[in-house]
Design a protein around this ligand. Structure first.
Ligand SMILES: [Zn+2]
Length: 118
């Protein structure tokens, strides 16, 4: 994950967390997983997230101490047991946070560049 994660700042990850939290706050079981997802992104070195191999479909491979799972954001799917039971699992939430954080970091970087080029 560390390569993907290096591209986003702590600030953007925090912003992403706030955004997703506001969407799921009425579902305590999802909020709990969101906390977990944020923690594993921000400081759990036992996890890694990489882009999957498929060119046609955006997917991510998550390595965890419990196994390796694949998240496909466009299909709202993950291959972990939690997701098989219909839960919004922490892997999907982690990918969601990562994508939002990357977007925000990218926008912030573009804004800085524009600012400097004036
Ligand atoms: Zn999962």
């Amino acid at each position: 994950m560390q390569k993907l994660l290096e591209q986003c700042s702590v600030w953007s990850l925090r912003q992403a967390y706030t955004e997703v939290f506001s969407e799921v706050r009425s579902h305590p079981e999802v909020v709990q997983r969101l906390e977990r997802a944020y923690t594993l992104l921000s400081r759990d070195m036992e996890y890694s997230i990489e882009r999957g191999d498929s060119k046609a479909l955006l997917q991510f491979r998550i390595r965890s101490p419990h196994g390796e799972y694949t998240v496909v954001p466009s299909q709202q799917s993950c291959t972990c047991p939690d997701a098989q039971q219909g839960q919004y699992c922490k892997h999907r939430l982690a990918v969601r946070l990562l994508l939002l954080a990357l977007k925000r970091s990218h926008q912030a970087k573009m804004a800085r560049e524009l600012e400097q080029s004036r």
